[in-house]
Design a protein around this ligand. Structure first.
Ligand SMILES: *[C@@H]1O[C@H](CO)[C@@H](O)[C@H](O)[C@H]1NC(C)=O
Ligand SMILES: *[C@@H]1O[C@H](CO)[C@@H](O)[C@H](O)[C@H]1NC(C)=O
Ligand SMILES: *[C@@H]1O[C@H](CO)[C@@H](O)[C@H](O)[C@H]1NC(C)=O
Length: 523
């Protein structure tokens, strides 16, 4: 521990310069391309349930068609596995502990990013790029995330702007009609396939009945509902194989098919407006699927996500897969690179040097797979709901994953939405009744985690065998620990000394910030 403290002191006292690798060169726009827009499609709690990620049962013809014109990401990671924190990190390029959005934004949770944070729409506005958001926003404060055109849950019903794909189509049409001639950045936030049992149980566990034309469900004219047989769905490795979980997955598939048809409608609007051939289209999700092991976890099941990136100007790698380690934190640099807009270096309001972003533009991947596989991605998590404090930090390379469960003596928290689901109730019931769960974990191992979890993904892609402390892995683990610590330092992580020290950085410690020991070990 002492050594760690010394390392920490060392890191903190050095004046570290920007870790940002220079973007690998902006891509020159072909002369025939007068305008270059960005359409950013974000699904809510969606995983890899689509044909182009080799799922055979769920029907996603529109996403699959988009995949044929896209680079398909196989190593894309969220920087946090929770809705508002993830969306804030996507839009600011900064991890949750750096942008201040520590947890959910709505109602009692009330988390917000810091007032001085620069977000994509604001950065783009300074360069006359018109921005719009349709659907789920879930970040604040409004001045920090201010889009020129907004039709979100703040002004509409989330069911209408997030799940009614006809309404969403009409809003996209309205945006395209109203936008000035300049380039645009349009963010479409689908609320599908988020769970629904907690807020609108009348529409089913995933709102799979909403708008299906049955009595009391209303009608979504453009939606052709697809229903799935629970016995036929593909159960992810981290979900228990039980009928309750399968029924949830079948309902989730129905709303994924609605999302898929919504994506088709939005792309059609873009085409009708004559903008399809000059727009970068990105599809991703905010975090992993809402099952135990998924959302709110830093296991791959919580942060590894689908991403499609389709550029009409870069067809070289259409329908190819990239394995380059990529992060949601790379999206701000990517969009800025696309528009040739620099990230500011000075915060004018505070007359301070701005912390540079740690992400990198992903546009070079559209042309060529890099040969260097040594990259690491990082993740951090503090809250989901306000009551769900469970700080974690993680680093992942192609072959290894290290998770630091900072307050590891606490039980891992469960959110309201997951708790009442039949998937989780099934786990609870079986545990209480001492019946087999058909799960790779037990409730006890799920709740109580060791401080350090280290996985050799070459042999253990499902992250089930913790090899932290095993002599054979000592060196690799130490290497990743120091990478993680360095990233925490660069991103000004207030949790950098937790759980065994207190971070002091003002007063007498102003010029020599330090982790002071708490002597809380060995009790
Ligand atoms: C969906 O939106 C359309 C267009 O606004 C509307 O006609 C329809 O009733 C809506 N459906 C539901 C289920 O609210
Ligand atoms: C867009 O580009 C594709 C491929 O270059 C071409 O086949 C198609 O006709 C173009 N569509 C429009 C609307 O310009
Ligand atoms: C769990 O047990 C309760 C009480 O017996 C029962 O009402 C409920 O249906 C069960 N749920 C599941 C998903 O098994």
């Amino acid at each position: 521990m002492l050594t760690t403290m010394r390392h920490l002191l060392l890191f903190i006292s050095c004046v570290c310069l920007s870790p940002v690798k220079p973007a690998l060169g902006s891509l020159p726009a072909p002369p025939s391309a007068p305008k270059k827009n960005v359409l950013f499609l974000v699904a809510d709690d969606a995983g890899f349930e689509m044909g182009s990620y080799r799922k055979k049962v769920v029907q996603t013809p529109n996403l699959d068609a988009l995949a044929k014109k896209s680079l398909i990401f196989n190593n894309l990671f969220a920087s946090v596995s929770s809705c508002s924190p993830s969306r804030a990190s996507i839009l600011s390029g900064l991890p949750t502990h750096q942008n201040g959005m520590y947890g959910l934004h709505q109602s009692v949770h009330h988390f917000n990013s810091f007032d001085g944070i620069r977000s994509l729409p604001n950065l783009l506005r300074d360069h006359n790029i018109y921005s719009g958001i349709i659907g789920k926003k879930h970040v604040g404060p409004s001045e920090v995330y201010k889009f020129d055109y907004e039709a979100t849950e703040e002004t509409h019903s989330i069911m209408q702007v997030g799940r009614n794909i006809t309404k969403m189509k009409l809003l996209v049409r309205d945006f395209l009609e109203k936008k000035p001639a300049e380039p645009f950045f349009l963010y479409v936030g689908f609320h599908d396939p988020h769970r629904c049992g907690h807020t609108h149980p009348e529409y089913g566990a995933f709102c799979q009945f909403f708008g299906n034309g049955e009595t009391g469900m209303g009608h979504i004219p453009d939606w052709h509902p697809i229903t799935y047989d629970p016995t036929q769905v593909e159960v992810p490795h981290f979900v228990q194989d039980s009928l309750s979980a399968r029924r949830d997955i079948a309902a989730q598939y129905t709303t994924i098919s609605r999302l898929d048809q919504g994506v088709g409608l939005v792309l059609k609007e873009l085409e009708n407006a004559g903008e399809l051939n000059n727009t970068l289209v990105i599809y991703t999700s905010d975090n992993g699927i809402p099952f135990a092991g998924g959302r709110t976890n830093l296991y791959d099941s919580g942060i590894r996500l689908p991403m499609l990136m389709s550029s009409p100007f870069h067809t070289e790698r259409h329908y190819q897969a990239t394995y380059a380690m990529s992060s949601h934190l790379d999206l701000v640099p990517t969009v800025l690179d696309w528009f040739s807009v620099p990230y500011p270096t000075i915060d004018i309001s505070q007359n301070q040097l701005l912390q540079p972003l740690t992400g990198k533009s992903l546009l070079p991947l559209l042309i060529k797979e890099p040969t260097d596989n040594g990259e690491a991605i990082f993740a951090s998590h503090n809250h989901h709901e306000v009551t769900m404090y469970y700080p974690m930090r993680a680093v992942r390379t192609k072959h290894f994953k290290l998770i630091h469960n900072i307050n590891y003596r606490m039980p891992f928290p469960i959110d309201q939405d997951l708790y009442i689901s039949r998937s989780f109730q099934d786990i609870l019931n079986c545990t209480r009744e001492k019946k087999p769960i058909h799960w790779s974990k037990t409730l006890k191992t799920y709740y109580y985690r060791p401080e350090w979890e280290f996985f050799d993904l070459r042999k253990d892609a499902e992250e089930l065998r913790n090899v932290a402390g095993k002599p054979a892995y000592k060196e690799t683990m130490e290497d990743l620990k120091s990478k993680l610590l360095k990233w925490q330092e660069i991103t000004k992580d207030p949790w950098i000394c937790s759980p065994n020290g207190v971070f002091e950085n003002s007063g007498t410690f102003k010029d020599n910030p330090a982790c002071l020991p708490l002597d809380n070990l060995d009790f």
